[in-house]
Structures are given as structure tokens and as C-alpha cells.
Design a protein around this ligand. Sequence first.
Ligand SMILES: Cc1ncc(COP(=O)(O)O)c(C=O)c1O
Length: 428
Amino acid sequence: MPFTANKAFKARPRMLVGAKEMHYQSADGRQILDGTAGLWCVNAGHARAPIVEAIARQAAQLDFAPGFQMGHPGSFALAERLVRILPPGLTQVFFSNSGSEAVDTALKIALAYHQARGETQRTRFVGRLRGYHGVGFGGISVGGIAPNRTAFAAQLLPQVDHLPHTHDLARNAFSRGMPAQGAELADALEGIIATRGGETIAAVIVEPVAGSTGVLIPPVGYLERLRAICDQHGILLIFDEVITGFGRLGTLFAAQYFNVTPDLMAMAKGITNAAVPMGATAVRGAIHDTVVHATKSGVEFFHGYTYSGHPLAAAAGLATLQLYEDEALLTRVAALAPVWEEAVHTLRDAPHVIDVRNLGLVAGIELAPRPDAPGSRAYDVFVEAFFNQDLLVRSTMDILALSPPLIISPAQIEEVVSRLRRALERVA
Ligand SMILES: Cc1ncc(COP(=O)(O)O)c(C=O)c1O
């Protein structure tokens, strides 16, 4: 099982057999309130009829079309529809099947772009500690999670540096929204540039809000600073918006929330409401044109997947974007975020809580680790929440991450928080 304590799971399985809107159904018949939108991905809620029907129609009409040297209208229609909601300038889209693939695609496009421009020395990448960019060799190389790298360390991409992460409880604990302190952490990029030479760096990749390592929200001014330094040195900026895209912060993408536009953007998850796997990498038009025009004839970019732009994923994506628009879901969180913020910060006095942080419809509740068993406290809360409080939360190290579907009601927000409080108290 992926990223699972297999022995513990098999000793006491946590099986889901159904889902509708805000709830999962467990194998023993309980309705589990979904505090995590699956894995940060079911933004419109589960099993929504327009998406289900679009997938069924598409499966009957055109189940598969090869993407190599062939096309089908769905993937072009979805790309065009995405471009309408992407930040201005990101005009081209390359489809894949997951966030990991979207990231690896972005890294490859960055290299291909510099090569096409004759800047063949720009081969280095800069990632960030505690960054998560999926599990491809590219993603774990630029990512900054030690356990994801340790077993594979001998074969990671060789030319990668990491910025420091921005998590700073000493200065920013219990921040509401963006933490005030830490913009200067972006200046570490200047240090890497001084050591390596700015002209050797192809791209910097960050999550605007780091999710998987426990909801790390960028300090005020930090992302603007990264953008400015990249611009000064001709370095591409890649945003990994796999979890922040599609309304999670109350804007279409985090780029619009922070008013910082990257050169490339990786997406997945909410792109199809997770009903069919899909990833996508958006790029500035000039990057696309440079790569495509560098080759006179034949294949311009030697990369792609059998299932790039798969008809079912494209159909699910089009239906999802329509549903988001019909229900104004991508901006719904702007109004809901203050209610969410108030609710999650009431957990401040729950047992062992050492930080509560929030942005948009995301929250991180950090617990004091048990001295002898780091990570076990939050894991126990996750297990207690699932079995005894009918609530799905996600634990990562000693942090509980919350990211419910964007359709959640204020009453359900209260419910998420009160069930989590009970779980925290029971585990304590
Ligand atoms: C920021 C980010 N990038 C990439 C990924 C990898 O996506 P996938 O699991 O679809 O490969 C994730 C998954 O959680 C993610 O949060």
C-alpha cells in the first residue's frame, strides 16, 4: 500500500466502500465526515452527478485515443478551458496522470527550454526543504522530505540545492493566515546563486503552500521575493499547485491569491475532482514556442505518457470545471475562510496542541511529539478520529492536516472541529 504502515493497516483495516458529497461510507456502514477532501483532491465533494455522467458518456463514446501523433477534441477543449482560469501568460498545457508526473514534466520542460535557447549550462534545480513534489526521481530530488529520499539517495538528480523551509514556530505560532515573519528566508536563493552561479540554475520549484509536510504557509512577502530573485537571474519559477489549485485558497489558484505568477505550474487532484487520475503542467506561451520552434520538423519534445489527456480524464476535467463554475466553488472559500479560521483556532487549548495555522480552507494542527515516538501522537488521533469519531483527517509527522471539500457548510465545519477535539482528548 502506498505511504502506509502496512502491518498496522492489515491488523485493523480502514476500508472505504462508498462516498457522497461530504461523506465517505466505511465498510462497517458508518458515515465518515471527510475532513481532507480525500487527499486534498475531491474539491466539489464526492460522486457528483455531472462528473459521473460525463465519465460514463465518454467511456461509451471514445474510451481511449492514442496521444502520440494523434489527438481527440476533449484534451484540447480542457486545455483551452484551463487557460481561461490560469493566471495570464500561462497559455499552454501538457497533460499527464498525476501530480508526480506533472512535476517531472515541468522540470523537463524547464531544461528543454533553456537548451532550446542555447543556455545549455542552465541545468541545476532549486527545491526547498519540506517540499513535496511527488515520488518520481525528479520530484524526490527537488523535494525535501528525508524519508522519501533516504533509500534512493544514491540515484537522485545530481544538481539540486534546497532552500530552507519557512516553518518557524518560535516566531509564528498560532498565526492566522500568512505568518508575519520570514520573508527574508527567500534570500537564501541569493546564497545558492552566489555559490553555483545564477546562470547555471534552470528553475526553482516550490509549493505556494506546502501541504504534505504539514501545512506550511508562506510568510508575507516571501513568494514575491522568490519571484524577483528568479527574474533578476533568468531563472524559471515553477509553482507546484497540486493541492493549492482549484479553489483551495478561495481563488482559482494560489498564484492569484498571492498575486505571484510562475513561469510553469504543476496541477493534478482537483483538476478532475479526483474522479479520474490526471495531472497537467501549464507553461508560459513563450516557453512553449521556444521549445516547439527549436525543432524544424518531427517531434519537438521527447516526453509523454500513454494516458496523457486520456478521454475519460478530459471528460471528467471538463465536467469538473463546469461544476466549479456553476456552483462558484473556486471562489466560495473566500467567504468561508473567516468561519474556518475561527473554528480551527478554537483547538488552541486542546491537549498537546502547540500550533494552529490556517489559510483558505486548509489548516494544520501541530502537536507536541511524544519524546520516545515522534509522529505517533498525530497518527493515533487520525486512527481515533476514523474509528470512533467518524471523521477523516490526515496526519503527517505530528501535524494533523485538514482540507475538506469546498462544499462544506459552516455547520459541518463546526462538526469537523468538535470531532477532532474529541479525538485529541481521547488520545491524550
Ligand atoms: C504539492 C504536491 N505535488 C505533487 C504531489 C504528487 O501528486 P501524485 O500523488 O498525484 O503523484 C502531491 C501529492 O500530494 C502534492 O501535494
